[in-house]
Every structure is written in structure tokens, then in C-alpha cells.
Design a protein around this ligand. Sequence first.
Ligand SMILES: N[C@@H](CCC(=O)N[C@@H](CS)C(=O)NCC(=O)O)C(=O)O
Length: 227
Amino acid sequence: MKLYYHPISTTSRPIMQFCADNDIPIETEVVDLLTGAHHREPFISINPNRMVPVLDDDGFILTESSAILKYLAEKFDSPAYPKDLRQRARVNEIMDWFNTNLYREFGYNMVYPQIFPHHARKPADANKITVDWGREKALACLTLLDQNILGPQKHYLCGDDITIADYFGAALLTLGEVIGVKFARFPNVNRWLDRMKGRPSWNAVNEAHHGFVAAMKEKVPTFVSIN
Ligand SMILES: N[C@@H](CCC(=O)N[C@@H](CS)C(=O)NCC(=O)O)C(=O)O
């Protein structure tokens, strides 16, 4: 089983962490997004959508990080993807919410257009409007996450036990560290993120991400962020 990924990729990190935590044997191949390897062969034949991550399980090619997490959790019989119909539906619901609402606004409208030139809308005014829009909507998402999804009691997104939604959500939120996002005004989000960051696998899996955050540190004051 092989994962095509990039170590700073927001949607690759949750899969790497889930595999690390569950001793899932997985071969990895870096697709160098920074040099555009995802736009060249052989990768575009593997994933014409030109994105990582991609799982290759003995010739079965699966894209989409959320689908890959579900597939691995099911294949390795992980309690992090409960079998009970309603519990599983709740995990799916939260993952869909992160993947559509939060990632669209926070990732694709607020963070990426500021750090990756190929995501910047043109002209600059349009980029500013996009980023401001993303920030406003991301704030609403974070408030909902803090107050309604997590609240003051829950240890994890779906209750007392970790699920694949936590791996997914924590990776998407920590993307914000690149532009200096602090979740100080969202105490429940902070508490939950600290719990996820306390897992033994966190630092090793996120080493490249932390390097990227450090490399961007000087630019942070120039970014539209959330503090
Ligand atoms: N919906 C996809 C999104 C994957 C995605 O956003 N991948 C990014 C890296 S985190 C990528 O490959 N970007 C290539 C690019 O921006 O050119 C998933 O969840 O797997």
C-alpha cells in the first residue's frame, strides 16, 4: 500500500498521523508540489485531478483525503471510524463540514491565496476581497466549531473518543499556523487542538509543516490572519 503525498500538505498530514497512530504499514512517495511534479507524468496518470494525497492499494487508486481516511479506518478495523450507524453518520457529517465549509473558507479563500501565488486571484484587489471574505466566513466556522461542535465538555469532535474526524480537522486548522493564526478567542478549539498536538505522533508527522511555519514567520505580520 502506497501513499503519494507531500509532507507539508494539509490533506496528507492527517493520513500520515492516522497511519502512525495505528501502526498501519504504508509506503510513501513524495510528490514534489513545490516543483510542480503533480502536473507532470507519471503523477497525472495516477491522479488527473493533480492533487495529493493519493492511495494506491494494490492497484486500487483512491483520491480525496476524507475517503482515504475512511477506507484505511475500515480496512484496519479502527474504532476511530465507529460501526454504529448513527455514530458513523456523525463522523461523516463532521468530516464533510470540515472538508466543505471550513476548508473552503479557511484554506482556499483565506490562507492559500496569501501563501501560494498560483492560488492568488488577480488583480490584487480581487485577492484582497477573496481573503477578506474567507476570513469573515472562517471566523463564523470557527465560532460554530468552538460553541456548537465542540462546546466546553467534549474531548473530541464526536464525543469522548478520537475519530478520524479529529485527525482530519486538526490538520486543516493547523494550516493556519503558516499565516500566524492563533485560536486564542476559541477556547474549546484550543483545548481540543492541544489534545491532538499532544499525541506522540504529532511532532514527527508535522516536522515539515513546522519547518514551513518557521520559514514563513517573518512574513506573518503582512498576512490577513486571525488572532
Ligand atoms: N479535496 C482534496 C484536496 C486535496 C488538496 O487540497 N491537496 C493539495 C495539497 S494539501 C494539493 O495537492 N495542491 C496542489 C496545488 O495546489 O497545486 C482532498 O481532500 O484530498
